[in-house]
Design a protein around this ligand. Structure first.
Ligand SMILES: Cc1cc2nc3c(=O)[nH]c(=O)nc-3n(C[C@H](O)[C@H](O)[C@H](O)COP(=O)(O)O)c2cc1C
Length: 205
């Protein structure tokens, strides 16, 4: 029933929310792992992902294109994980966050593009929407930003190449580090350590 003529605080009280932050946080048992279209640290991120149980995977459209270039198929991912693809404009699968499935969102590897969007509050892909909604629900996101050093050696499809991230990429990472409910990691070992630590204390920031 639509409640008429209520101001905002009356409406919040009258609405009695049952899900999201009003729901039972103890039900949050899983990790939502978003993969973006980054070749850099893709293999390392997926190897760490495979070490954990109860992981659902959320792909950006670019990730879906980049994964097979590096030899990964959705079919093989689906043997172990539920996989959500970026096929809707409004990021429909993000609704899973409201059902209290996840204690943690991971974005690994995170492209410069996704880092920039997250840092500026833009949510127009599945990973960036997961980040934004997780923040609004007080769910921690661990984001593995790959362009964090002045020089990076990265795996292109056919060879190793040297890249020099621009100042804007380095600045965006710094901006993201200041967000609440957000932990930025900059190496595979830090990603793994952050996740193991998180699993010991899934309710604590
Ligand atoms: C083979 C391949 C490898 C790529 N690797 C990277 C990368 O390591 N880092 C990056 O920032 N972008 C990389 N890109 C470009 C991104 O996929 C592109 O910026 C895309 O728009 C990112 O979208 P997303 O952030 O929504 O996943 C790569 C693209 C291709 C085709």
């Amino acid at each position: 029933m639509i409640k008429k003529n209520l101001d905002h605080s009356e409406w919040v009280t009258a609405s009695k929310p049952t899900g999201g932050i009003a729901g039972n946080k103890n039900l949050r048992k899983k990790i939502a792992w978003a993969i973006t279209g980054s070749g850099h640290f893709l293999e390392e991120s997926l190897s760490i992902c495979s070490q954990f149980e109860s992981v659902d995977i959320y792909l950006s459209s670019a990730a879906e294109e980049v994964l097979p270039i590096y030899g990964y198929s959705l079919q093989s991912m689906r043997k172990k994980n539920k996989v959500f693809r970026d096929k809707t404009t409004s990021s429909v699968p993000v609704g899973m966050l409201y059902d209290n499935h996840y204690h943690t969102v991971v974005i690994a590897p995170a492209t410069s593009n996704t880092v920039a969007k997250c840092a500026f509050g833009i949510s127009d892909s599945l990973p960036t929407n997961m980040f934004a909604q997780a923040g609004k629900l007080g769910i921690l996101t661990i984001i593995f930003a790959c362009d964090t050093e002045p020089v990076v050696i990265t795996k292109a499809p056919k060879e190793w190449v040297e890249l020099k991230p621009r100042q804007i990429e380095l600045n965006n990472v710094k901006k993201l580090e200041k967000f609440p409910f957000c932990k930025v990691v900059k190496s595979p070992s830090k990603l793994e350590a952050a996740l193991r630590n998180r699993l010991k204390n899934p309710g604590i920031f």
